[in-house]
Structures are given as structure tokens and as C-alpha cells.
Design a protein around this ligand. Structure first.
Ligand code: ATP
Ligand code: MG
Length: 717
């Protein structure tokens, strides 16, 4: 009999204890945020080890991220009071499946040193196949085919299992054939993609019952966190493995299912009972994480969803602070507001480690990052690089650097074949050799090389075209304001198009980031000034040590908790995203609402939601409406700071920022307001104001530029 007095059980409530101690059979813990699901899972694991029910190597434990796996490993050690030697089968679906596949590679038609291809390689492969098949790549870009293959794999469908009709016109009817050839190519290359890891191990188990039987004997216990976000392929894999011991425990929350767009199936929760007859469903209703106000706000919000199982949640203690909702003028003011708030809380003794900013779209991060750099607030971006470190941003900057300084070899090399223009390794080697020989930069060497017949005609033409482009852009740089120059370069180089054709889930975010880059430039007088700013920001190397505010996406925040949570950008079109608003049906909108629920429930003590009335989206200023989700939070739990009146807010906003650049800003609210203010004599009169007032009234680009320059002089005084 288990030792029910074990120290690690102390403090658990009855339902939690039951979920920990019921080690035999199938258990599904279905419960809301912060009710201790992860804690139950960890304690259960500790319990199994502590009572000798299994060795660490006999437990299969699946977490959603590698980070979560590491944390679980540490917590188990703490619970059983000692170091638990490695848990070889604790990790993500992909990590575990890769490990299994390596052990039996030959049976799956692979060698054990197979490589796992990244998305770029996969797409390149598909592209070759499309070309060989003569498929029109304009109509059927490789990335789109890739995304479809990925969707099939998420559903557990190999080429021969895709239902007839589904692939009907994909790639002009050749979609399935491409999928089949793609798989064959992968085998020849001794390679797999991510989807294969699950698909191939599942097939391995089906084709080789002896292998499966081995794992059935091996895995005495199966544990799964964040169960609501498993996709069909993962579910089938799991079910096969768990059929052995039948000791499986999954924990999840249907209200936190936020990966539907990646193929997750909440339906797996419903299948559980039929696939594991006699499964015990345990509900946890007490939330230990948040104050009643936070929990009430989140519960009220999620109650709007129709598609949910429904549950009760309660928490003890002081009602706590209400959720604060604050409207601000624009994104910059929002960042300023959040930074000030963080400084105040910090002064009051709250550690920066206990604060987080959770954004809907990663392009929202830049404004916060820059504010933090300016005000010297240490921060970390979790789950991704910092804004200026992102691939697409570095690429765009590389183009600009080559325009600015033709001899910047590193920048040139970065983009010479991005997007692909047939300037591969061979060309680059020839370029390097020539540059070394002559002691000149790559660009200079390229200029000489295209005059000779050293390169193959195709490469020579492509290189000459690129050099022409740069020459033209350098000329344009003389006359075009730099934000427009950047747009031109990104368009003409084909860089933007590359992501427009890209149907992968990351592509829209990358396009947003590029637009955000253009927007960021507007605060600077010229390209040189901007590039210098970037290098300064980048130099601001964040030390590994010390407290830091966390910035991450809402998706990345799943399972985590913080004392104070900032939730910026709650506006229609941003959150819920425009994409979900455009689509018919409630599915997408309900998933956005679950994301909002995840956001609020990360907070233990304090949640501050902000929205701006002007947001620069898709490259133009838009008046933004507060998110509908704000209306759905019950009034009793909210304290709304009324959106400040235009001018009240305006007084803290620099009216001259960005006033003189792209024509789009002339119709921006900021510009209109400026004109109005000048017209109504709202600024203290001065010779400068007097003279610019006239320029403002004319409203033409040249005057506006002069105006902006004038104001900068004005500011320096
Ligand atoms: P999420 O749905 O967000 O993943 P969860 O259900 O996994 O949440 P946990 O992260 O396990 O919840 O727990 C939330 C917080 O409540 C943690 O700080 C945890 O330590 C605490 N907690 C859980 N159970 C108890 C308990 N019985 N007594 C005290 N604190 C608890
Ligand atoms: Mg959890």
C-alpha cells in the first residue's frame, strides 16, 4: 500500500491526492487553469518513483516544451528529496519519438544516423519535385504544398491514407504524388521531417508487434501534460504505447486549447473515455494560482465560448486587485505606460522576474524592447530572438547595410541569395576567391566578375541583376525617405514576396515584423541614424544574470505563472486577430478567446490590460477599437481607466515624432491632430511654431519634411 503520509503528498487537496495515488488504469484530469494539474502530474511521477512502482527509465512523460521537461525533472528531484538520475523518456513528443526511431531506424527503412530536416530543407526538396513534375510554382508554391503535407502528417495520414478527394486539385492534381515522392526522397537522403518522427514510429509499432510489445513491457506508466493540445498523430502514437500497461494519466484543460491552427484536436479529450474503458475522470476545481478577481475575470470571459465542456472554479483569499484596463493613445505610449508601471512596482520591491508582458503577435514586442533599452529595464524575450535578431529583420537590415556601405561583406553574403536567385555556394566561392586575390570587398569583386565569363551565364546574369538593383537603390536612397526606401527594396528584391507565397504558419508574423521595422524607422532622421540605433540596441547585450522582465507571446506563456501580467494590444483586429475576424464561423474567434483566458490566468496577483486607440497595422495608422473581450469580462472584476481624451493623452505624446516621412503619415491621426492643434493655437507661439504652422497647412511632402527637420532643431533648443 502506498505511503499516504509521504511528505510530497502534504498540502494536496483531496481530488489532487486521488489523481496522484490512483496509479493503476487510465486517469484524465480535466481542470481549469491554475488548479494544480502540472503539480499533480509531477507529484504522481515522484510518487511512482518513491514507492518503487517503476524505475525512472520505465516512465514515459510527455511535456509540451523542452523547458517544461527540464522544470519537471527539477521539481521531481525536489519532491522525492534527492537527485533523480536521468529520466530518459521525459520530453516532448518529438524528442521521445526521435529517440525511439533511432533505436529501430533500420526497421523504418532508415540508418540510425538519419538527419532531421529543418523547414528550409524540406521546402527546397519539395521545390525540386515540383520542378521535375512541371507544376506551376506561382500557382502552387512549394511552401504551400509543404504546409499541406504537414497537415496530413499531423492527422497521422501517410500518402496512402489521405482520403480520396481531399487532395483533388492540389498542385494540379499531383499533390498526393508529390507527397509520395517527397517521402521517397527523404528515405533516399536518410532523412525525416518532424511529422515523420511520429508517423514513422507509429507505423513501426503497427508493423512490428514485437517492438511494440517491448515498449509495452518497458513503459509501466505514461503521463501527459497539456493534453488538450495534442494532435491526432500524437494521440494515435500515445494510444498505441499506452495500450500495454494501460496506466496512463493525462492532464489538460479544454479551455486552454490554443493550437487548433497546428492541428490540435480537443476531440482527443472526448475520445479518451472510449479508448480507455473505465477511465477515471478527475476534476479539480480549486485554483491555487490567482486571486478571486483574476479568476472571476477569466471565468467570465471564457463563459462566452459555446464550444466548451464547462467547469466551476474557485479560489480562496482576498479578492485582490481588480483587473486594470487602460486605454492609451498609441503603441509607443502603451510601452511607456507599461515601462513606468514596471518601474513603480520594482521600486515597491517586486522583482522583475515576477513580471511578464504577454503579446498576441510577436511584432508587438519591438516597442517594449526599445522602451526597455531606453529606460535600462533588463528584459528577456522568451521563446524567440529579440526583435532585431529575428531572421527577417536581420535580412532586411543586411540589404540596407549593403546600400549604405557597399563593402559590408557580411551583410552582402547574408542576402546575396535571399530570396533564392541561383547564386549558390559555387558562385560565392568564386566571389570570395576573387575578392581575396584583388584585396577588395565582395561587392567590388562581383562588379569585376560579371564582366568576365568566369561564372556560368545564369549566375552571372543573376549577379549582374543584383548589382544593378543595388546601384538603383543607392540612387533612390538619395531622394526617398528611408522608410519608403526600405519598402521599395523589400518589394523589388522579392524578399516580401517570398513570405507572401509562404503558407507556413510563421509567414504572416514575419511580414508583420517587416512592417514593424519600417514603422520603427520613422522615428529617425535618416538611414544612417537608424542603423546606428540598431547597432546600439544590439550592443546592449543582456547579461545572463540578474532579474529580468519576461516578454513572450501568449502561446509561449502556456503553463507559466507570474505575479504581475501585462496584456497589451487588446484591440479588434489585433486581439482577436484580423484573420479570425475575417473568417466565417466562430471557431477561430473561440480559439482567440481561449488565448485571452490563458493570458489572464497566468497572473497570480495583478493583471493589467492595455489597448491603444491608434495602431499602426499593415503600414498605416488605424483607429483601433477596444477588443470585444474587454466587454466580456464581468464589470465586477474590472477597473476601467477611461480612455483619456484625445488631448489629455496627446500632451504626453510627442506630436512631432514621425511627422515628416512617408506620405501615409500625412493622413495619420497624429498629423491631423497636429494640424488642428497648430490651427487652434494650442502651442505656445514662437518663431519656429509660427513658421512651421504655415508649412503644416500646405500639407505637401517637401514642406512636411522641412517641417520635421525644423521641429528637430526646435527640440534641440
Ligand atoms: P495551467 O492550466 O495554467 O497549466 P495547472 O493546472 O497546471 O495550471 P499548476 O501550475 O500545477 O496548475 O499549479 C498552479 C499553482 O498552484 C502553482 O504555483 C502550484 O504550486 C500551486 N498549487 C497547486 N496545487 C496546490 C496545493 N494543493 N496547495 C498549494 N499550492 C498549490
Ligand atoms: Mg500546467
Amino acid at each position: 500500500t502506498p505511503d499516504t503520509a509521504a511528505p510530497y503528498l502534504a498540502g494536496l487537496n483531496e481530488a489532487q491526492r486521488e489523481a496522484v495515488l490512483m496509479t493503476d488504469g487510465a486517469v484524465l484530469v480535466l481542470a481549469g487553469a491554475g488548479t494544480g494539474k502540472t503539480r499533480v502530474l509531477t507529484t504522481r511521477l515522484a510518487h511512482i518513483l518513491a514507492t518503487g512502482l517503476a524505475w525512472p527509465s520505465q516512465i514515459l512523460a510527455v511535456t509540451f516544451t523542452n523547458k517544461a521537461a527540464r522544470e519537471m525533472q527539477e521539481r521531481i528531484g525536489a519532491l522525492v528529496g534527492g537527485v533523480v538520475e536521468g529520466m530518459p523518456w521525459l520530453g516532448t513528443f518529438h524528442a521521445i519519438a526521435a529517440k525511439i526511431l533511432r533505436r529501430h531506424a533500420e526497421l523504418a527503412g532508415l540508418k540510425s544516423n538519419f538527419t532531421i530536416l529543418d523547414a528550409d530543407d524540406q521546402i527546397r526538396l519539395i521545390k525540386q519535385l515540383l520542378q521535375a513534375e512541371g507544376v506551376d510554382e506561382k500557382r502552387w508554391p512549394a511552401r504551400m504544398i509543404h504546409a499541406q503535407i504537414d497537415r496530413w502528417k499531423n492527422k497521422g495520414l501517410g500518402p496512402d491514407q489521405v482520403p480520396g478527394g481531399e487532395a483533388h486539385d492540389l498542385a494540379g492534381g499531383k499533390g498526393l504524388d508529390i507527397y509520395r515522392q517527397y517521402q521517397e526522397r527523404l528515405r533516399v537522403l536518410n532523412a525525416v521531417d518532424f511529422g515523420d518522427l511520429l508517423l514513422l514510429t507509429t507505423r513501426l509499432f503497427q508493423d512490428h508487434p514485437d517492438v511494440l510489445a517491448d515498449y509495452h513491457r518497458k513503459f509501466r506508466y505514461v503521463l501527459v501534460d497539456e493534453y488538450q493540445d495534442t494532435n491526432t498523430a500524437q494521440y494515435l502514437w500515445l494510444r498505441l504505447l499506452a495500450q500495454g500497461s494501460k496506466n496512463i494519466c493525462c492532464v489538460g484543460d479544454d479551455d486552454q486549447s490554443i493550437y487548433g491552427w497546428r492541428g490540435a484536436e480537443v476531440g482527443n479529450i472526448l475520445r479518451f473515455e472510449s479508448d480507455f474503458p473505465g477511465a477515471k475522470i478527475i476534476r479539480l476545481e480549486r485554483n491555487y494560482r490567482s486571486t478571486p478577481n483574476i479568476l472571476g475575470a477569466a471565468s467570465g470571459l471564457i463563459a462566452t465560448n459555446e464550444d466548451r465542456l464547462g467547469k466551476t472554479l474557485w479560489t480562496e483569499g482576498d479578492a485582490g486587485e481588480k483587473i486594470r484596463v487602460r486605454g492609451l493613445w498609441d503603441g509607443e505610449e502603451e510601452a511607456r505606460f507599461v515601462a513606468e508601471k514596471i518601474e513603480t512596482l520594482h521600486r515597491q520591491g517586486q522583482s522583475l522576474d515576477t513580471m511578464a508582458i504577454l503579446v498576441r503577435a510577436s511584432s508587438q514586442m519591438r516597442e517594449f524592447e526599445e522602451r526597455f533599452v531606453t529606460t535600462a529595464i533588463p528584459y528577456r524575450v522568451i521563446g524567440g530572438p529579440r526583435f532585431y535578431e529575428r531572421m527577417e529583420i536581420r535580412d532586411a537590415l543586411a540589404y540596407l547595410r549593403v546600400i549604405q556601405s557597399p563593402d559590408d561583406d557580411l551583410a552582402f553574403e547574408r542576402i546575396v541569395n535571399k530570396p533564392k536567385r541561383g547564386l549558390g555556394d559555387a558562385t560565392l566561392q568564386a566571389l570570395h576567391a576573387a575578392a581575396r586575390l584583388e584585396g577588395v570587398s565582395l561587392t567590388a569583386a562581383a562588379g569585376a566578375l560579371v564582366q568576365t565569363d568566369e561564372l556560368k551565364p545564369r549566375a552571372r546574369n543573376a549577379l549582374a541583376a543584383l548589382l544593378d538593383d543595388f546601384a538603383r537603390w543607392r540612387q533612390a536612397a538619395e531622394v526617398l525617405p528611408h522608410p519608403e526606401l526600405t519598402e521599395t527594396v523589400l518589394d523589388e528584391s522579392g524578399y516580401t514576396e517570398m513570405f507572401q507565397m509562404d503558407r507556413s504558419p510563421e509567414a504572416p508574423g514575419r511580414l508583420d515584423n517587416l512592417k514593424e521595422l519600417v514603422r520603427a524607422m520613422e522615428a529617425f532622421e535618416n538611414l544612417g541614424g537608424f542603423l546606428e540605433h540598431v547597432s546600439l540596441v544590439m550592443e546592449n547585450e543582456q547579461s545572463a544574470e540578474g532579474e529580468k522582465v519576461s516578454i513572450m507571446t501568449l502561446h509561449g506563456a502556456k503553463g507559466l505563472e507570474f505575479d504581475t501580467v501585462f496584456l497589451p494590444g487588446w484591440e479588434e483586429g489585433l486581439f482577436p486577430s484580423q484573420r479570425t475576424l475575417d473568417e466565417s464561423g466562430l471557431k477561430g474567434l473561440e480559439e482567440e478567446r481561449r488565448l485571452a483566458y490563458v493570458g489572464i490566468t497566468r497572473a497570480k496577483r495583478r493583471a493589467i490590460i492595455t489597448h491603444a486607440s491608434n495602431r499602426r497595422l499593415y503600414n498605416q495608422w488605424q483607429s483601433a477599437l477596444p477588443s470585444r473581450f474587454l466587454e466580456e469580462i464581468p464589470d465586477a472584476h474590472v477597473e476601467k481607466e477611461s480612455a483619456p481624451g484625445l488631448y489629455a493623452s496627446y500632451s504626453t505624446h510627442d506630436p512631432f515624432r514621425g511627422a515628416g516621412h512617408a506620405p501615409s503619415t500625412y493622413s495619420s491621426p497624429g498629423w491631423a491632430r497636429l494640424r488642428e492643434n497648430v490651427a487652434q493655437g494650442r502651442y505656445a507661439r514662437s518663431p519656429v511654431v509660427d513658421s512651421v504652422a504655415e508649412l503644416v497647412a500646405t500639407n505637401d511632402p517637401a514642406a512636411a519634411n522641412a517641417f520635421a527637420k525644423g521641429m528637430r532643431v526646435f527640440h534641440q533648443k
